[in-house]
Structure formats: structure tokens, C-alpha cells
Design a protein around this ligand. Structure first.
Ligand code: PMP
Length: 445
């Protein structure tokens, strides 16, 4: 067993217990070094030493409502007191009304929902529904994607987190990405490749599964015509379009959902994260009436004990009502535009910023050690999901300046709680301005 690093004297009791007894996710356990947090308020949270941070990534791009959405907290407490759990076979008000609410806020005719407890489960359900509905098995997804951690959802994931789980489930096929900055294929050309792939696969593909705007794999925004054409390709080949809205959904892009940015309604949509504003574990898979009707006569062979858990659904309903009542989607669009401008300024000031991209409050800063050749920092081999240590160092420098920012594969991921204000953004961008000196200094020069 690898030698454990000494548990530093400076670690709090909570940090030491957590390190010793709890698995850190997606990490070499020897490198796990958790920071105790004691609470949050609005777009900020506080660590065990009393230091305050602007939450510029909404934790795992999920705390869309910030850390003091009292209406959601109250709804959770009320539901827990009035009836914490009744089995999915009983109708509970929270679940029924949340189902109705999702039919209202999702695009097109999407209207019937299977509830679960995470994005992973939402994707597993989508895969299973697509297979049962079409009677076909294959799922086409893309390389630069993340769809979940369990057998099916990790198999359709394209990023390096899938590698330890391979070969995974049969029929998971990967396609190229709309990654204008880093791929040799033009995004629209990559679509024609997918069209040809489906032709060559014959009539065996159940669905194409994509994040409409790719999240953890670098905030990749396709051209306007991309998603409509992708839907056409799927349908031309008798396949469904599944949009994974787990990260892009619920106002993150300045629209309700990522697919709304492109005016496309998928056949199946997955949701989690912002669905409850991260106040409770909740996932959802919503389908069109055609797909829903199919299961009138075919067994809907799927379910979990906690499918539609009343406490989680009460949180979800209160969260969606909060987005509506506080007009947070429009607010995200407005402040998102200024965030975009501020990130452009950072790109101009820092040679190690290769690209900034995104929409609304969903943005990425991709780093480079050589802007002409667009060479990323670092090696991939020693990390599952992070392409370099330089980007970790930049994030650590931002934390020293009081800003928490997530990073993956050479990209800083900016996805703050939707109620963030312009002064908060200015403060966080000033911290990034200082932190990016670390990557500037690490460039090839
Ligand atoms: N799909 C997407 C697009 C995601 O970003 C994530 C999580 N980052 C998942 C699915 C899996 O969600 P969860 O971690 O809640 O299982």
C-alpha cells in the first residue's frame, strides 16, 4: 500500500476523519486533501478556518441557486415532517406537481418524467427507455463528454474517466466532437462523419446522446446549425436524440435548457444538478408523448426505491418555482453577457489563455503553453480526468485569492450560482487575473 502522507497537524478533525474514512471521488486516494466547509450564504461559502470564497463554479456546476435558497430548504423540511417517504406506487403531491412543472418548462411536447436521484441514473434511464422504445441497442455519443459513473452511463461517456470501466456495455459507440479550438475536424464536418457512421451501422442505433453544450469536457458550444442538423441525422436513421441537460439545464446558459439555445426539442432529455439547485439528490428523464405512450402496452421495466422521493421532489418543485419567481434565467443571461466580456479581457491580458467560450453563466477558459500551436499544458497519463497540473495550480492560486473555480482537462470551468451579481463577477475575475499569472509563467518561452 502506498505510504499515506502524514495527516498534517493543521488538518481539522473533520478533515482527518473524512480523509481516513471516506473515498475521495475520481482520485488517487493518496492525493485526496479535503478542505472542511462550514456553510454558505448566497454565492459564497466559508471553510473551516473562516475563509470565505466566491463559488465561481457552483460546486460541481450544480449549486445554481446559491447557498441560501430558503424556500427550497423550507420545502425540504416541510415534506420531511409531513411524510418523508412513500413508495413510487403512491401519488405524492410534490412528485405530481414537479412532473407538471417540468412539462411546462421543458421545450416542445416533452411531458412525462421518470424521476431518479442523480444525473447518472437519469442517463441510465434514458438509455434503457431509448432501447426499449426503438427495439435497437446501440447508443452513439461523443468523445468529449461525461454522462455518469455507472455501467451504462460510463460506457457512453467519452472522456478518460471511462477508460477504467472499458470495454463497458455493448453497443456504446463514440463520435467526434464539435470542438472548434482543439479538434482537427470542423464541427459541421464532424456531423457529416456522424451521418455516415449511422449509415454504416445499419438500422441498429437507438439514439444519439449529446450534451447540447458540453460541460465538464471543456464548455464546447457548437455552431447554431449543429444541433438541429444532428436531430435530423438521428431521425433520418430511425434513432432518437437524447439531450443530456444535467449540467447545462436550469438557467445555466441563460435559457432554461442548453437545447433551447438552438431551438431544438430532443426526444428524451435528462436533468439533475440544477433541478433541485443541489439541495437534494434528484435526477429526471423526460420524454415525448409518443415515447410515453409506447409504454402503455410495453412494460416500463425500470425503477428505484427512491424514484421520485418526496423530499427530493419537494426540493425540485421549490427550486423550479424559485427560478421562475426570481426571474433567474433572464438574470443569468444578462450577467452572463458581462461575464463573457470580462473573460475576453482576461484572454487579451494573459498569453496562456488559449480560448474562452461559453454562453450565459456557463463558460470555460482553456489554457495553453503555446498559443500558436494550441498545445495544452501537462500530460494526460498520470491523471484520470485532469490534463495538467498547471490548471490545478491556477485553481489553487484563485483559491488563495478567495475564489473557488473547478477545472478539468486544461480548462477552468466557470458556472456560478445564477443570482451572482456584476460586483461579485468583477471580484472573481480580478482573482482569476492574478491566478492566471501562474499559467503565464509556466508557458514555453
Ligand atoms: N451528465 C452530465 C452532462 C454531467 O455533467 C454529469 C455530472 N457531472 C452527469 C451526467 C452525471 O451526474 P451525477 O454526477 O449527478 O450522477
Amino acid at each position: 500500500m502506498a505510504e499515506e502522507p502524514p495527516l498534517s497537524e493543521e488538518r481539522s478533525e473533520v478533515e482527518r476523519l473524512d480523509k481516513k474514512y471516506v473515498f475521495g471521488t475520481w482520485s488517487f486516494q493518496s492525493e485526496v486533501d479535503p478542505t472542511e466547509v462550514v456553510g454558505g450564504e448566497g454565492v459564497r461559502f466559508t471553510d473551516g478556518s473562516g475563509d470565505e470564497f466566491i463559488d465561481f463554479s457552483g460546486q460541481l456546476m450544480c449549486s445554481n441557486l446559491g447557498h441560501s435558497a430558503d424556500a427550497v430548504a423550507d420545502a425540504i423540511a416541510k415534506q420531511a415532517q409531513e411524510g418523508a417517504y412513500f413508495a413510487p406506487g403512491f401519488a405524492t403531491e410534490a412528485r405530481a406537481r414537479l412532473g407538471e412543472k417540468l412539462a411546462e418548462v421543458t421545450p416542445g411536447t416533452l411531458s412525462k418524467t421518470f424521476f431518479s436521484t442523480s444525473g447518472t441514473e437519469a442517463v441510465e434511464a434514458a438509455i434503457k427507455i431509448a432501447r426499449m422504445y426503438t427495439g435497437k441497442q446501440k447508443i452513439v455519443s461523443r468523445y468529449r463528454s461525461y454522462h455518469g459513473a455507472t455501467a451504462g452511463s460510463i460506457s457512453v461517456t467519452g472522456d478518460p474517466r471511462r477508460l477504467k470501466a472499458e470495454p463497458g456495455i455493448p453497443g456504446a459507440i463514440k463520435a467526434p466532437d464539435p470542438y472548434a479550438y482543439g479538434s482537427t475536424l470542423d464541427p459541421m464536418e464532424s456531423l457529416e462523419y456522424i451521418d455516415e457512421m449511422l449509415m454504416l451501422e445499419g438500422d441498429t442505433v437507438a439514439a444519439i446522446l449529446v450534451e447540447p453544450i458540453v460541460g465538464s469536457n471543456g464548455i464546447l458550444v457548437p455552431p447554431e446549425e449543429y444541433l438541429p442538423r444532428l436531430k435530423e441525422i438521428a431521425h433520418d436513421h430511425g434513432a432518437l436524440l437524447i439531450c443530456d441537460e444535467v449540467m447545462a439545464g436550469f438557467g445555466r446558459t441563460g435559457e432554461w435548457f442548453g437545447c433551447d439555445v438552438f431551438d431544438v426539442t430532443p426526444d428524451i432529455m435528462t436533468m439533475a444538478k440544477g433541478l433541485s439547485g443541489a439541495y437534494a439528490p434528484l435526477g429526471a428523464t423526460i420524454v415525448t408523448p409518443e415515447i410515453a405512450d409506447h409504454f402503455e402496452d410495453e412494460l416500463f421495466c425500470h425503477g428505484h426505491t427512491y424514484a421520485g422521493h418526496p423530499v427530493a421532489c419537494a426540493a425540485g418543485l421549490a427550486a423550479v418555482e424559485t427560478y421562475q419567481e426570481e426571474n433567474l434565467i433572464d438574470h443569468a443571461s444578462e450577467v452572463g453577457d458581462s461575464l463573457g466580456d470580462r473573460l475576453e479581457e482576461l484572454a487579451d491580458a494573459h498569453p496562456s489563455v488559449g480560448d474562452t467560450r461559453g454562453v450565459g453563466l456557463f463558460r470555460g477558459i482553456e489554457l495553453t503553453r503555446d498559443p500558436d500551436e494550441r498545445v495544452p499544458f501537462g500530460e494526460r497519463e498520470d491523471k484520470i480526468s485532469t490534463g495538467s497540473t498547471v490548471v490545478d495550480d491556477v485553481a489553487a492560486a484563485a483559491a488563495d485569492e478567495g475564489v473557488y473555480v473547478a477545472n478539468m482537462i486544461n480548462t477552468l470551468i466557470i458556472a456560478p450560482p445564477l443570482p451572482i451579481t456584476e460586483p461579485d463577477i468583477d471580484e472573481a475575475v480580478a482573482a482569476l487575473d492574478t491566478a492566471l499569472e501562474v499559467s503565464d509563467a509556466a508557458m514555453d518561452r
